[in-house]
Write a protein that binds this ligand. Structure first.
Ligand code: KIV
Length: 288
């Protein structure tokens, strides 16, 4: 059951402090957002995974600010209670703090987001601090960061060596110091994610990073069985909606071809007494 209370960044932290796990899911349109809200999620992420999930692109790097703003606006109309986090897409924050702040503000002012998410550490730390200083809550994202997957050598788990795990822990601490409200840990070994979670006061949200994180996030289409093709091993499918949708559309196609749809229940009729008058008008016209 969904709680009627609006979720704020502090709500997530309170939940984590009390040991209640945070549930987050992505969404890219108003009806999906409404369903996620009804189902009681704490947070919705308008992820740049929209690039693949709904725009048919091969990676997240091709999605633009304008596309992300359209999707975020739609989601904000569908769900008011969960914390609404929008991904700053690739190119929207890498060049300068000024770009980062300007684009983050667009998500809040023009699209109804409560917070934005940025990937990585390095210069991202400065961007995160600048965005927080401008009054926009920021979620970090470490481990497998899809926007820079090429630099990482592909879509592989991160932090599998002691050296890279130590760097990941340091990056997480720095994002916390920069003022981030939470950090997503993607494809990080469970032992590493557990230690990062224990070291931070802000919540960690895992995806492929084990059960010890303060919360979990999954991509809408993966969770519901709507993704075509390969799924990462960390995905658990809770439904096979793709199969159900195909079966429903096949039934519709068969009905249309057999002329059994639309039936009376789906059909409008003229007001009583109007048909003979209409028919007379047709007949008169064909007589002349
Ligand atoms: O874009 C996205 O959906 C994400 C999640 C996988 C965390 O960043």
């Amino acid at each position: 059951m969904s709680s009627p209370q609006k979720v704020f960044p502090g709500t997530l932290r309170d939940a984590a402090d009390r040991g209640r796990k945070i549930a987050m899911v992505t969404a890219y349109d108003a009806p999906s957002a409404r369903l996620a809200d009804r189902a009681g999620v704490d947070a919705i992420l308008v992820g740049d995974s929209a690039a693949m999930a709904v725009l048919g692109l091969d990676s997240t790097v091709g999605v633009t600010m304008d596309e992300m703003l359209v999707l975020t606006r739609a989601v904000s109309r569908g769900a008011r209670r969960p914390l609404l986090v929008a991904d700053l897409p690739f190119g929207a924050y890498q060049v300068s703090n000024r770009d980062a702040v300007k684009n983050a503000i667009r998500f809040v002012r023009d699209a109804g987001a409560d917070a934005i998410k940025v990937e990585g550490a390095g210069t991202t730390i400065r961007r995160a601090a600048a965005i927080v200083a401008a009054g926009v809550p920021v979620m970090g994202h470490l481990g497998l960061t899809p926007q820079t997957a090429t630099m990482l050598g592909g879509y592989h788990p991160q932090g599998r060596t002691a050296t890279s795990a130590t760097r990941l822990l340091e990056d997480a601490r720095t994002l916390e110091t920069a003022g981030c409200l939470a950090v997503v840990l993607e494809a990080v070994p469970a032992e590493v994610a557990a230690r990062v979670t224990d070291a931070l006061r802000i919540p960690t949200i895992g995806i492929g990073s084990g059960a010890h994180c303060d919360g979990q996030v999954l991509v809408w289409h993966d969770l519901l069985g709507l993704t075509a093709g390969h799924l990462p091993r960390f995905v658990k499918q809770y439904a096979q909606l793709g199969d159900q949708i195909v079966a429903a559309i096949e039934a519709y196609v068969a009905d249309v071809r057999a002329a059994t749809f639309p039936g009376d229940a789906h059909t409008y009729r003229m007001f009583s007494g109007e048909l003979p008058v209409f028919q007379d008008a047709i007949n008169e016209r064909s007589d002349t």
